[in-house]
Write a protein that binds this ligand. Structure first.
Ligand code: IVH
Length: 674
């Protein structure tokens, strides 16, 4: 292919991919299969590699580029970003609408009504048809340049279609969809990381990340609702015309937009939205009502902080008033102490609530929640109820301020304060509460998946002094088990069978099951793919650990510390003696595959293994290596094959996107015998 041809093809592929992105993300009407899409993507990646002179920063392959920033640059908005005035009742909204009618001397006034998205406001500037800059609202005049982070949002075009205007600024809200938020927090909980209080906090926290690679992993979305600066090629007569501009440009607008010309219709729209809002993928605490006509908007003007032509209508939050009976402190697996309020039971949005999280010490201080306080609690979607506000005016004087204990509530050991994180931790490795949570984690489905070992039994084992370290599970005495409540011979057999079966799990599950702070299942898999055995992980230096995909500085340090502690070394030795999988592949992996050992049939190929296979991944890795192949931890355009077992996740998605051939275990064995 000549350079000219390559240049032409790169442009053609980019345009095609941009178009398919619009069809997929905006219109939910893909025209081609994922496979065909991935083939286009793959072809583009390969061509850009072969002809780097034609690699454009706006190429669809360049979403997650650039090194972590040292800090965000401050940028000045092209036009001020205003905020909105609020109304809290239909009466207040009626007053607002009637005042507009009067001021404009009309008896009908076309307005649009949209959900008010609870996220983080952004401004995005396109110039010459390409994404030039994205910034936070900041103080309305100046904000942070978060272009690198916004580029990772796949539905956001880096370049606009030919027939769209090319120079304008749009404003919108970045948010984290409820399901993505719930999944992310569940993962953080599993990995012993601090939880985000709600999707808005998670969005704000994510946008503050200086490393776009971290942002790319978080499920952010953006919806646009307004405009700022407009170039000469854009004429907008109304907010409705703005929606048309969004459509033309392939930018996402809200899913629900009403038009109304009378107060009755406005009220009908906000009531309808109230019914529908819980089904939306983002949190909405209100509606925004905007005068449609731009000339009328200009006539009405703005106050120093908000336009007079728009208003937010806030729904009654699903709140209830109750009393704090006590504040207890829970101890997590990694020792993190979390204050939780026990409440006088109260009915709120469909269920009775008797506990609410207070997140951490700082939150309790900020809200000044005291035992005995009358508080407003709120339940938003699937999020754990939270105390939003204290009714300070209802204090009697006998409320008791909360003090984070200086010793662990479970074991009395003096706590330590994490300087970087807000967390306060119990450092005692023998703390009964930590031990219980550690054992629960070890036995959990995503880790060693020990059948028959649930929460209640773990508690019994720990309280009965039968288990403290995970290795104790492999040395349980059936006689002693028989002395535990509700443990008949059948339950004992089930438990011991479950424990025995867990010895056949893959080594990464063991590594993950050890519950090392910040080490999740994905990083555990990457670590074993990379090092081949838990012993090699344990021996690795900080630099060697950081070189592994999915392992950053924090994870590396945590691993390094863990394997250098005597207590853990003892536990690990016992696990090894008990026959747990440390990563050594079975003695003769080729014997049951039918292929002869040591061929070069896989020479020059690079493999990635993912998902649950019938045997440890190391077993398959060993076979590949014996046949001349290479095994790496992450999928890239250099990957020749992905061997995917059940429940394959992001690696499979990535392989499909890049057009990497995906083999099942069956395909793999067939290939080996070819
Ligand atoms: S219009 C000049 N529309 O709410 C008026 N804002 O409380 C600009 N917001 O800063 C705002 N959804 O971050 C508008 N559909 C929507 C919105 C919306 C969320 C946010 C926006 C604004 C804040 C004001």
């Amino acid at each position: 292919m000549t350079a000219d041809e390559a240049n032409h093809r790169i442009e053609e592929l980019s345009r095609q991919i941009e178009r398919h992105d619009r069809l997929y993300y905006l219109e939910a009407m893909p025209e081609i299969s994922d496979k065909a899409y991935d083939a286009l993507h793959r072809e583009l990646v390969d061509l850009e590699k072969a002809f780097p002179q034609f690699l454009s920063p706006h190429s669809p392959t360049q979403r997650v580029g650039g090194a972590p920033l040292a800090g965000f640059e401050t940028v000045t908005h092209l036009e001020r970003m205003m905020s909105l005035d609020n109304t809290y009742s239909e009466e207040e909204l009626t007053t607002f609408y009637n005042r507009l009618l009067k001021n404009l001397d009309r008896d009908r006034l076309p307005v649009v009504i949209e959900p008010k998205i609870d996220g983080v406001a952004v401004s995005v500037v396109y110039r010459n048809g390409v994404l030039e800059r994205a910034a936070t609202r900041g103080d309305g005049r100046q904000g942070d340049d978060i272009t690198q982070n916004l580029r990772t949002i796949e539905s956001l075009p880096l370049r606009l279609p030919h027939d769209a205007p090319a120079n304008f600024e749009v404003r919108g809200e970045v948010y984290m969809p409820r399901d993505g938020f719930a999944k992310m927090n569940a993962e953080r909980e599993r990995d012993g990381e601090p939880l985000f209080a709600n999707p808005r906090n998670a969005t704000a926290g994510t946008l503050k990340q200086l490393d776009p690679k971290v942002v790319a992993k978080r499920p952010l979305e953006v919806i646009f609702y307004g405009f700022g600066w407009l170039g000469n090629d854009v004429v907008l007569e109304s907010q409705s015309a703005f929606y048309h501009l969004l459509d033309q440009a392939g930018l996402r607008k809200g899913d629900l937009i009403w038009k109304a010309e009378t107060l009755t219709d406005v009220l009908a729209a906000i009531r309808e939205l109230d019914e529908k809002r819980h089904g939306l993928p983002y949190e909405t605490d209100g509606a925004v009502i905007k005068v449609d006509d731009r000339h009328l908007q200009q006539t009405l003007g703005a106050t120093s902080k908000a336009p007079r032509w728009a208003i937010a209508f806030k729904y009654q939050a699903e709140q209830a008033v109750t009393r704090v009976l006590s504040i207890e402190v829970q101890v997590g697996r990694t020792g993190a102490l979390t204050p939780v309020a026990n409440l006088e039971p109260v009915f709120v949005s469909g269920s009775t609530v008797s506990r609410a999280t207070l997140h951490n010490e700082e939150e309790v201080k900020r809200k000044d929640v005291r035992v005995g306080d009358v508080v407003i609690i709120e339940k938003a979607g699937e999020i754990i109820p939270a105390v939003v506000e204290v009714k300070v005016d209802q204090r009697q004087g006998n409320e008791v301020a909360f003090e984070m204990p200086n010793t662990c509530p479970a074991c009395n050991t003096p706590v330590v304060r994490d300087p970087e994180q807000v967390a306060v931790r119990c450092p005692n490795e023998h703390c009964a509460e930590k031990v219980k949570r550690r054992l629960r984690h070890f036995a959990a489905r995503g880790a060693m998946d020990i059948q028959g070992l649930g929460t209640a039994l773990v508690d019994q084992l720990v309280d009965g002094g039968l288990a403290e370290q995970v290795s104790d599970l492999y040395a349980l005495d059936p006689m002693k088990l028989g002395r535990l409540e509700r443990m008949g011979s059948r339950s004992i057999k089930n438990l011991l069978d479950g424990i025995e079966a867990s010895k056949k799990q893959a080594a990464w599950r063991l590594l993950f099951g050890l519950g090392i702070m910040h080490v999740g299942s994905t990083s555990s898999q990457s670590l074993l793919d990379h090092f081949g055995s838990i012993d090699a992980v344990a021996a690795a230096s900080l630099e060697e650990l950081e070189a592994v995909p999915d392992v950053g500085e924090v994870v590396a340090k945590s691993l390094h510390d863990f394997f250098r502690s005597d207590a853990h070394r003892d536990d690990l030795e016992k696990l090894r003696e008990a026959g747990l999988p440390f990563g050594q592949a079975p003695a003769s992996p080729q014997s049951d595959t039918g292929a002869d050992a040591g061929s070069d049939r896989f020479a020059g190929t690079t493999w990635v293994l993912t998902g649950t296979l019938s045997q440890a991944r190391d077993h398959f890795a060993e076979i590949i290596k014996q046949h001349g192949g290479k095994v790496t931890g992450s999928v890239s355009s250099k990957t020749s094959f992905l061997l995917a077992g059940e429940k394959a996740g992001s690696k499979l998605t990535k392989a499909e996107k890049l057009g990497v051939p995906v083999l099942s275990e069956e395909d793999f064995l067939a290939k080996l015998k070819d």
